[in-house]
Ligand binder design. Structure first.
Ligand code: ADP
Length: 338
C-alpha cells in the first residue's frame, strides 16, 4: 500500500462523490470538511460522479435532483468554484473513454478480488458488468486529471491501490503519462451511524443530513444508540464506547467535553439530555451552511452556471490527457505515413 504521507504544496487532488442525495455527517467529516481545507493549498478537482451512481440502479427521474442537491451541499460547506474545479462526471465524456482504454491493461482477476465488488455482487442475482468495472471508471476519473493525490476513506484504499497498478501498467506499456495517485487518508476515520453498529450511510437510514433543520436533527439524534451498558438514566456510562460522545468531539465546544464525559461516567446526566446538547451543537455548527444552501437553492441558475464552468475547465484538462493517451495507444491513425 502506498504510504499516506502528507501531500506536498500544490499537489493535484481529485475526489468524487456519488449523488445519492444530500450529504450527511459521515460525508462531511470523512470527506467534505477536508476537501474544503485542501483547496487552499492544492489544485483540486471535485466531481459529482453520476455515472458511478448508475451501477446502483438509481432512477432516471431521481438522478438530476440528486446531482443538484449534492452540488448545493458541496458549495454550501465551502467548496469554492473560484479555487477548485467543481463539476459533474457525465459532462466530461473522456471519463468513459479513458475507462474503456484502461480496460486494456486491467486483468479481470484484479477486479474480481475487490472487496466491495464481492460484497455487493453477493446480494445480486444478476451482476451488472458495471459493478465489476466500477474501479476502472474510478481509476479513469483520477488519471484523467493526472491527479497525484486522492482523499479517500479507508473503504476506498483498495480501489485506489488498483488505480495505482493500472497507472503503472499503462505507463510501462505506453509511456509515462500518469502519476501514480497516492491516498490522503481521512483523519476522521469511519463515522458510525445512529444505530451505532454500521458506518453512517444513506443506504442504511442511520444518518443525520448536514442540511437538516433543528427539529429534524433533534428527532434523529434522539434515536442514536449509546453505551449499551447504560440501561437506567443514572447508570454510569462509558463515553469512550459511546457514538454520541464521538460526535460530541466533532461538534461540541471542546471546553464542554470534560464535563460531558465526567457527567456520563458519574451517571449524573442522562443520555436524553446528552443527545439534546449534541443536537444543538450539530444544528449550530451547520447554521451558516444551511444559510448558504438556502441562498443557493433560491438561485438554481447560479448553481448550474458553476457546474457548467467547472465542466469546461475539467474538459480542457481531460482533452490534454486524452490527446497524449490516444497518441500513445496508436489511436491517431491519421499520423500513419503511406
Ligand atoms: P454513502 O455510503 O452514504 O452512500 P458515499 O459512499 O457516497 O456515502 O461516500 C462519499 C464520501 O463520504 C466518501 O469519501 C466516503 O469515504 C465518505 N463517507 C461516507 N460515509 C462515511 C462515514 N460513515 N464515515 C466516514 N466517511 C464517510
Amino acid at each position: 500500500m502506498a504510504e499516506a504521507t502528507p501531500p506536498t504544496p500544490r499537489s493535484r487532488i481529485f475526489s468524487g462523490m456519488q449523488p445519492s442525495g444530500e450529504a450527511h455527517l459521515g460525508n462531511y467529516l470523512g470527506a467534505l470538511r477536508q476537501w474544503v481545507q485542501h483547496q487552499e493549498e492544492h489544485d483540486c478537482f471535485f466531481c459529482i460522479v453520476d455515472q458511478h451512481a448508475l451501477t446502483g440502479g438509481v432512477s432516471p427521474d431521481a438522478l438530476p435532483a440528486r446531482v443538484f442537491d449534492l452540488a448545493v451541499s458541496f458549495l454550501a460547506v465551502g467548496l469554492d468554484p473560484e479555487e477548485s474545479v467543481i463539476f459533474v462526471q457525465s459532462d466530461v465524456q473522456e471519463h468513459t473513454e479513458l475507462a474503456w482504454l484502461l480496460n486494456a491493461v486491467t486483468p479481470v482477476g484484479d477486479l474480481e478480488r475487490m472487496t466491495q465488488y464481492k460484497d455487493k455482487s453477493q446480494r445480486l442475482e444478476s451482476i451488472p458488468a458495471g459493478l465489476l468495472n466500477y474501479p476502472i471508471l474510478q481509476a479513469a476519473d483520477i488519471l484523467l486529471y493526472r491527479a497525484d493525490r486522492v482523499p479517500v476513506g479507508e473503504d476506498q484504499l483498495q480501489h485506489l491501490e488498483l488505480a495505482r497498478e493500472i497507472a503503472r501498467r499503462w505507463n510501462s506499456r505506453f509511456g509515462e503519462v500518469f502519476p501514480e495517485p497516492r491516498p490522503i487518508l481521512s483523519r476522521a476515520g469511519r463515522i458510525m451511524g445512529l444505530d451505532g453498529d454500521a458506518k453512517m450511510s444513506k443506504s442504511l437510514d442511520n444518518t443525520v443530513r448536514i442540511l437538516a433543520e433543528s427539529d429534524e436533527v433533534h428527532r434523529r439524534v434522539r434515536t442514536a444508540v449509546t453505551d449499551p451498558q447504560r440501561v437506567r438514566r443514572d447508570d454510569p456510562g462509558r463515553p469512550e464506547v459511546c457514538n454520541v460522545y464521538t460526535l460530541h468531539k466533532h461538534f461540541t465546544d471542546p471546553e464542554r467535553l470534560p464535563d460531558i464525559a465526567a457527567q456520563c461516567r458519574a451517571g449524573t446526566r442522562g443520555c436524553v439530555d446528552c443527545k439534546a446538547i449534541l443536537a444543538d451543537s450539530i444544528t449550530e455548527h451547520f447554521e451558516p451552511v444551511r444559510e448558504r444552501a438556502r441562498e443557493l437553492a433560491a438561485t438554481p441558475g447560479r448553481v448550474r452556471e458553476i457546474l457548467e464552468a467547472g465542466a469546461e475547465r475539467a474538459r480542457a484538462e481531460a482533452a490534454e490527457t486524452m490527446g497524449r493517451v490516444r497518441e500513445a495507444m496508436g489511436l491517431d491513425w491519421r499520423s500513419a505515413s503511406p
